[in-house]
Design a protein around this ligand. Structure first.
Ligand code: CUA
Length: 153
């Protein structure tokens, strides 16, 4: 093996190790990894399990809201959410059937909502406008129809 081959081999191996270390550090030391298996729920009993027995928008503080939402083919409950500009919203989501997606255009929200799991996301909506909410996980024949809006006034 020529010397330059050895150098490139060592370099690429070193880079691989550096990237793995950086990713591992972020995930475990800084807890930046994707949350998973945080909270679970019996997907057959979503309607009877708090807080999902009462899905909806609740004001919980000064310009702070909680949105408890269930997702099912092919809708969001509640849909057409309305909140004032500058509001911080804590979304608590679960699915009643299959895996759905929860993506809010114009924000960083992009989550997978799986049956049996509770997904929690917090977002502050500073800019007024109509935010499109999309299911971005293929969930069946009506997947492309599964959308709603968050109206920030
Ligand atoms: Cu729900 Cu695609």
């Amino acid at each position: 093996m020529s010397k330059s081959e050895m150098i490139w081999l060592a370099l690429s191996f070193g880079m691989l190790m550096a990237f793995m270390l950086a990713t591992g550090y972020q995930t475990f030391a800084l807890e930046m990894g994707p949350p998973s298996h945080g909270e679970t729920i019996d997907p057959q009993k979503v309607d009877e399990t708090a807080p999902f027995d009462q899905p909806g928008i609740k004001k919980i503080g000064e310009n702070e809201y909680e949105v408890v939402m269930t997702m099912q083919i092919f809708s969001f409950n509640p849909s057409d959410i309305e909140i004032p500009a500058g509001a911080t919203v804590h979304f608590i989501l679960t699915s009643k059937d299959v895996t759905h997606g929860f993506q809010v255009a114009g924000t960083n929200i992009n989550a997978m909502v799986m049956p049996g799991h509770i997904q929690k996301i917090t977002q502050t909506f500073d800019r007024p406008g109509e935010y499109l909410v999309l299911c971005n996980e293929y969930c069946g024949a009506g997947h492309q129809l599964m959308s709603t809006t968050i109206n920030v006034k």
